[in-house]
Unconditional design. Structure first.
Length: 329
């Protein structure tokens, strides 16, 4: 064999090895990614009632955040296995006082959520069917324990994590952080004379303050879930400086929650993450998967100094330990 031929053969072999390595690297990287799948009312869109997200740890643990009204009950085929359910607060659009029957019913601005889930809630129905842990803070765990028991489930599956504490479930560390919002339980979730008295008085039962969450996944990714909140000092002191959140799910709906300008201030000045997922826009934010003009979502995107990922229903996004999107964004 000539030296020239030998060198050429080595070059070809080296190139082939590099190509094989390059082909393998994205797959290996994705195996260590946290997958985030929005479960909205209309496939491929970000719509007015969309709240629900499913997070999947690289180890397979699956966490449903704020099931709300756009998960089609416990048999929704998009759910897959669910190990943990998180609830930021007890409002119907988050815990689920009603739900869709199936996707793509009604319009993106006004989806058909005509299936009642009272008095149990969409959250409890899903937790019961999937034998999932319900992890909440404040005084919510006792409420969910009673609901699980009423549904024939195990009340011990309702787990408490109060502010400043942490609980590991399925290899994911879960902490609750303060949120500024209301958190009354509507009488429609209750039964008996108490429900009637509260309804007549026009008030709800208190289960303490609402919460946000900080999740630390097994690949090192730290995610802040804002819940429904206004601007808080803890977003800098706790979420940024203590936990070091690098991916944020931020509510932007205005009036009832933080608006797009305020949310951008939280992202740009207080938390300073690597990336953000818009949430709770209260509008038909997209059309054919593209952000519509003159929307709160578009305003938030333009004001944010970090990449904003729009949660299109059914489209899975993957994030590495540094909050870089590796697929689906």
């Amino acid at each position: 064999m000539s030296q020239v031929y030998f060198r050429n053969a080595l070059a070809v072999a080296g190139t082939s090895a590099c190509l094989l390595l390059a082909a393998a690297m994205p797959a290996q990287a994705n195996e260590q990614a946290v997958k985030v799948t929005p479960l909205g009312s209309h496939d491929g869109e970000f719509c007015s009632r969309d709240r629900a997200l499913v997070f999947e740890d690289p180890n397979g643990t699956r966490i449903l955040y704020d099931a709300g009204r756009t998960v089609a009950g416990p048999d929704d085929p998009r759910l897959g296995d669910i190990d943990v359910v998180l609830v930021s607060h007890m409002h119907g659009d988050h815990v689920g006082d009603q739900r869709i029957r199936e996707t793509n019913q009604g319009s993106c601005a006004s989806p058909d959520t005509g299936v009642s889930t009272l008095p149990q809630s969409n959250t409890v129905d899903i937790a019961l069917k999937h034998k999932a842990k319900v992890v909440t803070g404040s005084e919510m765990p006792a409420f969910f324990a009673a609901k699980l028991k009423d549904g024939g489930g195990d009340p011990a599956n309702s787990l408490l994590v109060r502010f400043g504490g942490e609980r590991e479930v399925g290899g994911v560390a879960i902490a609750t952080v303060p949120a500024v919002h209301s958190n009354g339980v509507s009488p429609s979730f209750l039964t008996g004379p108490l429900a009637e008295h509260l309804k007549a008085a026009g008030v709800g039962a208190s289960v303490g303050p609402p919460t946000g969450y900080v999740l630390t996944f097994s690949n090192g990714l730290v995610v802040y879930l804002s819940g429904d909140t206004g601007i808080t000092a803890e977003q800098k002191l706790v979420v940024n400086e203590h936990y070091g959140a690098e991916l944020v799910v931020m509510n932007i709906g205005d009036t009832f929650t933080t608006g797009p300008k305020e949310a951008a201030y939280v992202i740009n000045d207080l938390i300073r993450p690597k990336a953000v997922i818009a949430s709770h826009a209260n509008e038909a934010a997209t059309e054919k998967g593209a952000v519509r003009e003159n929307t709160r979502t578009g305003q938030f995107v333009s004001l944010s100094s970090v990449p904003v990922h729009v949660p299109l229903s059914g489209k899975t996004m993957s994030f590495d330990g540094s909050a870089s999107c590796t697929e689906g964004c």
